[in-house]
Design a binder for this molecule. Sequence first.
Ligand code: F0G
Length: 404
Amino acid sequence: MFHLRCIACGEVYDRREVIYQCPRCSGLLEVVFDLSEISVTKAEIESRAFNLWRYRELMPVEDYTRVVSLNEGGTPLYRADTIAEEIGVKELYIKNEGANPTGSFKDRGMTVGVTKALELGATAVGCASTGNTSASLAAYAAKAGIKCLVLLPAGKIAIGKLAQALLHGAIVVGIKANFDVALKLVREICAKHNIYLLNSINPWRLEGQKSEAFEIADQLGFEAPDRVVVPVGNCGNISAIWKGFKEFHELGLIDELPVMTGIQAEGASPLVRAFKAGESSVTPEPKPETIATAIRIGAPVNAPKALLALKESRGIAESVTDEEIIEAQKLLARKLGVGVEPASAASVAGLKKLVEAGEIDRSERIVCVTTGHALKDPEIIFHRYEKPIEIEPSIEALEKVING
Ligand code: F0G
């Protein structure tokens, strides 16, 4: 079975308690499985459909036949030889999370999170979001038939994500402040009005996201890569992925653990600064800024978990500029045919920077996670890339174009 435990003071809590932080010390909570009770073989896993529920023994739900699912997970792991060559590494893979039902890795968290909400008797769910979380929660709440409230930093949400939240019928509220403020506000309103909170502070949600690690290992033939590079905002995903690798390792399903590498945008990089300064907590950035709006976060709530993941895996953290992000987005789009939103490209931009700086061994086997689909943020493409060419409808005009 499984229960909740505080990562700071170690206090344990029953899985039926509706809590998001340790009631005793306010520390972050994590879900702990009794792994000695779990026996699942590689062959059993391989006999199942390739989606998140392939790893059902490690998903903390009461009855997996009653989960709220849109068939999330099962995303492609592309071998990216052309990009590997460009960056100068031996073996590179792209784990394309944009291929999830609503176009981001958040769906992995929400299938478990919304299932948990129903198990705990919730009739409404809520979140603050830089966009993807709200799009995903809106869709899963619709599937579950419960109400959904999303708080967004007004004017700072990529249009595709905003459209999704509206499409799926959530109550969509723009807050005239940044994500960090919206998160504070949603936590208050959720507590006050019995709305189940599904930001990544919610430990159940991160359990779904740890399946990214299971899949990467599975797709590499039950082997961990040397390194996994992840874009970082609120610090939930990198922590979840690390937890997933640790559990597979403890169960003997993989022999090695990867090194975790977290990448933030330069204008929103509190984790990177704390990591480089060797600090055990982050100093919030009051005015985070980057074109990668998904990771425009100054006060990441899961920072203690991410710092632990970096420490335990002997990992590193680095920041990249908006220009480096766009360059990497272009590389993925034009050398691999994979369209990702800016935040996602941060992983590849960070890898390139770290390889050039000599911080990463070129002979490593590396997986970069790309977290969200390009269509989430079409405006960035219109602003930063070539414009379409308009001509009169004649062969001569068309020939002028194709002849450059
Ligand atoms: N990449 C994308 C595309 C995201 O949407 C996010 C987070 C991240 C990376 C960073 O993940 O927060 O777990 O470190 N988006 C959240 C949201 C904050 O509201 O959609 P993280």
